[in-house]
Design a protein around this ligand. Structure first.
Ligand SMILES: *Cc1c(COP(=O)(O)O)cnc(C)c1O
Length: 378
């Protein structure tokens, strides 16, 4: 039945579909009455949070009657020191998702356009449509490309930039594909885009990358004031539940974002946890080392099973099931393993699998082998 309120919503919202999150463990427990579930569906850090971050949260809990510091002074100071920028360049968000939405609210409306790639992170479409702006979606690189299949095609994206384009969203690396752009090609793109178009480089997975040709981008801000870099504490820093992310940009852009930012968008537990996590370099190093070796293991196991995948630099891998992925997803649920279908991205035969702990990945690989065996000889 159609929703009678849909016609009352603004046009961009009428056309929106809700974001589809990874299936929560508790939901699968309720549905199937099983326990000992492995969730590899939301690119979370499988190590659990940093002990130092949790200690900071516990210490801050007793201050819960107070509003948080709306300016996020201490976290911004720590981030500014880390990145070698002025604190006035930083905008804190309730996750980096929040910053992406603020960018759309501040710089887009009905007569303006945003450019992003096919298969790009789903939040760009939501942010752009909500404010009634026009999304120009560039075709991705072909599935059979030698390098970065299904990744962003910067040439195709550049062709869509017009005088009405205020934002270009680039996920580097991208989710759900795990593809990335080298410093040289990204820099050439940013240099070529008109100064009144902001280029948002979403680096949610930056901490995992060890590729020598991967650009930090924050050190380009002096040269390219229309650049906005977003980062998050949800992935390698292991704080997805607490919702903290940030943008680094020219102070003028940060000033604009702070005008639309909800005053207390980052809560006090998140503020102290993020600061502690930033200082816990040991936790970060362990997270990255485990991810990168286990990612190789998942890719090699996929090779061994004859499954193709998009080579990834993130904490997940997009695997081609070579058939409708939905029944495979469902069968894996019955084995107690939650992965992520990506039909909503236009990839109905792929599953996105987050990299877990060695034990979790063993569970996944055993379940995948069983499910594929069952499907081949029912
Ligand atoms: C996970 C993710 C984010 C943001 O997550 P937050 O939890 O809102 O910080 C942003 N961009 C990409 C590409 C992601 O995969």
């Amino acid at each position: 039945m159609s929703n009678p309120y849909a016609m009352l919503a603004v046009p961009g919202v009428q056309r929106l579909k809700p974001y589809q999150p990874g299936k929560p463990v508790s939901e699968l427990e309720r549905e199937l009455g099983i326990s000992n579930i492995v969730k590899l569906a939301s690119n979370e850090n499988p190590l659990g949070p940093s002990e130092r971050a949790m200690a900071a949260v516990r210490a801050e809990l007793s201050e819960s009657t107070r509003y948080p510091d709306a300016s996020g002074f201490e976290l911004k100071a720590a981030l500014a020191a880390r990145h070698g920028v002025d604190p006035g360049c930083i905008t804190l968000g309730n996750g980096s998702n929040d910053v992406l939405v603020m960018l759309a609210e501040a710089f887009l409306h009905e007569s303006r356009e945003a450019v992003y790639s096919q298969y790009a992170f789903a939040v760009y479409a939501i942010a752009v449509q909500t404010v009634g702006a026009t999304a120009r979606i560039a075709p991705a690189r072909p599935a059979d490309a030698d390098a970065q299949p299904l990744g962003h095609d910067l040439g195709a994206m550049r062709e869509l930039v017009t005088e009405r384009t205020r934002l270009v969203f680039i996920a580097n690396p991208n989710n759900p594909t795990g593809t990335w752009l080298s410093a040289g090609e990204l820099r050439a793109f940013v240099a070529d885009v008109p100064a009144d178009t902001l280029v948002v480089v979403d680096q949610a997975y930056a901490e995992y990358l060890r590729e020598p040709d991967y650009a930090d981008c924050i050190d380009w801000l002096d040269e390219f004031p229309n650049l906005v870099v977003t980062r998050t504490f949800s992935k390698a820093y292991g704080l997805a539940a607490l919702r903290v992310g940030y943008a680094v940009s020219a102070p003028g852009i940060a000033d604009i974002l702070n005008r639309v930012r909800q005053p207390f968008n980052v809560n006090s537990l998140a503020l102290v946890a993020a600061q502690a996590a930033l200082e816990d370099s040991d936790y970060l190093a362990r997270s990255v080392a485990m991810n990168n070796s286990e990612l190789r293991r998942l890719e090699e196991a996929s090779d061994a099973m004859g499954l193709s995948y998009v080579p990834s630099v993130g904490n997940f891998v997009l695997v081609d099931m070579g058939e409708d992925a939905q029944p495979v997803f469902q069968a894996l649920l019955h084995e107690g393993v939650i992965v992520r279908p990506v039909a909503n991205y236009g990839l109905p035969e792929h599953l996105r699998i987050s990299v877990g702990t060695p034990d979790e990945n063993s569970r996944l690989l055993a379940a995948l082998a069983k499910v594929r065996g069952d499907r081949a000889s029912p």
